[in-house]
Design a protein around this ligand. Structure first.
Ligand SMILES: Nc1nc2c(ncn2[C@@H]2O[C@H](COP(=O)(O)OP(=O)(O)OP(=O)(O)O)[C@@H](O)[C@H]2O)c(=O)[nH]1
Ligand SMILES: [Mg+2]
Length: 608
């Protein structure tokens, strides 16, 4: 053996040299012959401790498996609907976030003088600064979560570029467009508007008697205390003279970009419940500073100063998804909601045979055409073209007393009221389906009660806090000095209110259209359970049985129980048809995303 030890033999024939320390050459050769012999009739099964060569041979055989062995379409579909617990795509979902936006500040004006071979000391020709970038917002179809914006936190419009010599104006700052999902409500939490603050300060000064003005002016100087830019070539004497006040010009009035007229009124409250063709202006960029030609006069034909650009407005918003999806799947844990979503859409939500597999809502899109414009389900109302898709949200399972925040409770019920239609998913193989449906409705109705109490309590609190006639209450925001902005200028900011914004008004849950999906119908002895469920639902529709929510005006115009076997993909087409029909009837009746919410009938408009 030692004679082979220093050669490449151990590398080429590892099985021969595995126990080189102990075995002899004859033993190894015998083993080699055994291995070879075995390989001839035992190719696919390993002995208890396979050699490296055998392992490699096996890997190769698997890699070159004949194409005929690939899973058939049905097998692939079955695998998709009954996946292993680790076969899922991670779903990131955020339905509420804070977002700060900064409109771009204006670029500075330029101090420059014409100079050429003939004219050594010509007239002023400094360009104006460019306007800051605007901030726009647009609701777009196809987005279902606010997680991207939540991660960014702050979005800034570009700063305007400063002006240059030869009367060259600075370039405008870059605009930004915030894209949000359809159904987002945007509410302003606070704002810092340096131009408005300056206007207010000047108005206060004007109201004072002239002898007090100078002192008050010194004390009340805000972020625009020094709006001037001096000529870089100015000598010490000129700088001192400028600062001494004798030659200090009157500060120009604060200016706004003409575009700011398109800004929504403060405080901004937008209900973006329809896809928008054009973005909408949220905050206009600040205007740029003025170049030195603006200050030329008969007395001072060559001014050596220009102004800085105005500071951009800063706004903090709370973004909240009012509409999660067209259909919300409501059911007990382990009822089969995620499997159903996989069966009707392209979703890869997690499926597992245990409760609370799903912990975050996940939204899937059900496509109603063959992606080439040919509808698979006849839908859509006249004059608006066929409906091509709708969205379904897989909401985590509800448990008994979820309305008391049991299980993963109230957070999930919050999602239920953000769907246009509720689809109650009932497992036919798990006890009495009618009892299950009633207990699900009970949780939903109790949650609605709680919300009504919460809203009325908040209204009372607001009524007590109101002090009237413009006098500020103790909780009203007071300006406090804040850190400096990117230019080293002090910004006036307002502390964030300690009180949260009031909850968004949503339509009552019991007023939403609903239907029942009876799943796991492939399991044995589920026919009787389905028949009893069907009879109950028919009773609710006809009015012979009270509505499971216990509400008088609850929706029951068109209820159905649809049996499906999600794991086999059977009966799921009917869900698409039924939902499309319900959406059409809602649209036809003018009940759009907000259903019965009267405050949201018009898109893109301010609330209240
Ligand atoms: N036989 C049968 N089993 C099903 C069917 N649908 C789902 N299952 C099984 O039921 C179990 C639970 O399915 P999930 O889709 O994870 O249930 P879920 O309602 O999303 O559960 P949570 O996320 O915990 O609320 C899994 O083992 C599925 O394979 C069905 O139609 N027939
Ligand atoms: Mg699930």
């Amino acid at each position: 053996m030692a004679q082979y030890g220093s050669t490449v033999m151990p590398f080429l024939y590892p099985c021969l040299f595995r126990s080189s320390c102990r075995s002899t050459t004859s033993q190894s050769l015998q083993r080699l012959s055994t291995c070879a012999g075995r390989r001839s009739y035992q190719t696919s099964t390993f002995k208890s401790n396979p050699s490296l060569a055998e392992q490699n041979a096996h890997r190769k055989a698997v890699a070159y498996e004949p194409i005929g062995a690939a899973p058939t379409h049905n097998e692939a579909r079955k695998r998709r609907l009954d996946p292993t617990p680790d076969d899922y795509a991670r779903n990131i979902f955020v339905d509420k976030c804070l977002l700060t936006v900064h409109a771009g500040s204006g670029g500075n004006g330029c101090v420059s003088f014409h100079r050429d071979a003939v004219i050594q000391d010509g007239p002023p020709n400094g360009g104006d600064g460019g306007t800051g970038g605007n901030v726009w917002i647009q609701a777009v179809a196809g987005q279902t979560s606010l997680h991207k914006l939540a991660r960014r936190g702050t979005l800034k419009g570009g700063r305007g570029i400063s002006g240059q010599g030869k009367a060259q104006g600075g370039r405008k700052g870059e605009d930004i467009c915030i894209q949000v999902p359809v159904g987002t409500v945007v509410r302003e939490v606070w704002r810092s508007d340096p131009v408005a603050d300056e206007e207010e300060r000047l108005a206060d000064l004007r109201a004072l008697p002239p002898e007090e003005r100078d002192l008050a002016e010194q004390e009340s100087r805000g972020p625009r205390s020094n709006p001037w830019i001096l000529y870089p070539g100015a000598n010490h004497h000129e700088v001192r003279e400028f600062g001494a006040g004798e030659f200090t010009p009157k500060p120009p009035k604060p200016r706004r970009s003409p575009l700011s007229a398109l800004q929504p009124e403060s405080p901004i409250r937008l209900d973006l419940d329809k896809p928008m063709d054009q973005p909408m202006l949220l905050a206009a960029g600040a205007v740029g500073g003025m170049g030195n030609p603006h200050f030329a006069s008969k007395e001072l034909p060559k001014p050596k100063y220009a102004t800085k650009g105005e500071l951009g407005i800063r706004l903090k918003f709370e973004l909240e998804l009012k509409l999660l999806a067209d259909v919300g799947l409501v059911g007990l844990p382990n009822a089969g909601k995620s499997t159903l979503l996989r069966a009707i859409s392209n979703s890869r939500t997690r499926v597992g045979d245990w409760a609370f597999t799903t912990l975050e809502p996940s939204v899937g899109t059900v496509v109603l055409d063959d992606n080439q414009g040919r509808p698979l389900v006849k839908s859509g109302i006249e004059g608006q073209g066929p409906r091509t898709n709708f969205t379904v949200a897989d909401i985590p399972g509800l448990v008994e007393d979820a309305h008391l925040d049991k299980g993963l409770g109230l957070g999930f019920l919050r999602h239920v009221e953000r769907a246009r239609i509720l689809a109650f998913v009932v497992d036919l193989s798990n006890g009495d389906p009618v009892g299950t449906l009633r207990s699900l409705w009970k949780e939903v109705a109790e949650y609605e009660n709680l919300r009504n109490i919460e809203i009325s309590e908040q209204t009372q609190t607001r009524a007590v806090e109101w002090t009237g006639f413009g006098t500020s209450s103790s909780s009203s925001p007071q300006p406090t000095p804040d850190p400096f902005d990117e230019d080293g200028q002090q910004m006036l900011m307002y502390p964030e209110p300690t009180k949260q914004l009031e909850p968004i008004k949503l339509p009552p849950v019991s007023a939403k259209p609903w239907f029942v999906i009876a799943t796991k119908a492939d399991k044995e002895e589920t026919q009787d359970a389905f028949r009893s469920l069907q009879a109950y639902v028919a009773g609710v529709e006809s009015g012979s049985v009270p509505h499971p929510s216990g509400r008088q005006n609850a929706w029951k115009a068109r209820v159905a129980a649809i049996p499906v076997s999600a794991i086999n993909g059977q009966g799921t087409d009917r869900i698409a048809q039924w939902t499309a029909g319900l959406l059409d009837s809602m649209q036809g009746a003018g009940l759009s995303s907000a259903i019965a919410d009267p405050s949201a009938q018009r898109s893109r408009r301010t609330l209240e």
